[in-house]
Design a protein around this ligand. Structure first.
Ligand code: NAP
Length: 258
């Protein structure tokens, strides 16, 4: 008899995280949902239990708090859970590195986007190694693939996740563990629902936007195929080699600076 796997998903109260939860639950995977808004997690958990007949636990945590990963790990131990899938998905837009004078905001952003992900891997991967089976998705972004003039915050933090995932993948593949940095382009979620991001969304062409279901489905398939970096969406997959090429990369840098 196959024992059901368990997936821990950060940022599961909205957007891509909620869709990861739905698609993994549809395969019979039990869930641990993590985010700050507990009521949203509990609402999602009720729906998922009813729709997919899986076990769902919720953990409230702010991943910008340096103590959060250890608390999440301890909570899963206290619940007697082993984590087979780790989906590091929580994230947000960041404060401008140069134009925000209070660095503590920047530090909290980097904690959420990079350090918490590294610590979640540090805590949960050894158990996967012992059991010789594990899956890790680090949700990065197309922004990781090309530098652009601007806030010097979001893209660099996502580039770290690509580098981390590639090294983890090389290190862990002989231990039955697959690791993938999923790089979505613009995706319909709550991410662009406010301020400048909302204005940008409203003025941009619909062709550059993908739905969250497609991004997650492609990401989970790429993970199983053993891809350590996966750019989701046909348009972005076509652009990515141009971003990475020594011949064409310069063109994008020049155009982004103006
Ligand atoms: N949408 C896009 O176009 C796009 C493109 C490329 C990459 N991404 C990446 O995809 C991931 C998911 O974003 P999304 O598009 O699904 O955005 P979203 O709809 O805004 O969801 C973000 C999720 O992250 C959680 N979160 C944010 N800050 C957190 C914190 N400090 N601690 C714990 N959880 C936190 C939020 O939950 P709470 O508010 O309840 O804490 C929410 O569940 C992010 O890493 C984002 O950078 C998105």
């Amino acid at each position: 008899m196959n024992v059901a796997r368990t997936a821990l998903i950060t940022g599961a109260s909205a957007g891509l995280g909620k869709v990861f939860a739905d698609q993994l639950a549809a395969t019979g995977t039990n869930l641990v949902l993590v985010a700050r808004r507990l009521e949203k997690l509990e609402c999602a958990a009720t729906e998922l239990r009813e729709r997919h007949r899986v076990t769902v636990n919720c953990i409230q945590a702010d991943l910008a708090d340096p103590e959060a990963p250890q608390r999440i790990y301890d909570a899963t131990r206290n619940l007697g859970l082993t984590i087979d899938y780790l989906i590091n998905n929580a994230g947000s837009g960041g404060p401008d590195l140069l134009n925000t004078r209070d660095f503590s905001e920047q530090r909290a952003f980097l904690e959420l986007m990079m350090i918490s992900v590294a610590q979640m891997c540090h805590l949960f991967v050894p158990g996967m190694k012992e059991r010789a089976w594990g899956r890790v998705v680090n949700v990065s972004s197309v922004s990781a693939r090309i530098p652009r003039a601007g806030g010097c915050n979001y893209g660099p933090s996502k580039a770290y996740l690509v580098a981390l995932s590639e090294e983890l993948s090389l290190t862990l593949r002989s231990h039955g563990i697959k690791v993938c940095a999923l790089c979505p382009g613009f995706t319909h979620t709550d991410f662009h629902n406010e301020g400048d991001l909302k204005a940008m969304k409203e003025s941009s062409a619909s062709i550059i936007w993908y739905d969250a279901e497609t991004v997650v489905r492609e990401g989970l398939t790429a993970l199983e195929q053993g891809k350590s970096v996966y750019v989701s969406g046909r348009l972005y997959r076509w652009l990515d080699p141009l971003f990475q090429s020594v011949w064409t990369r310069g063109l994008f840098k020049i155009s982004a600076a103006h």
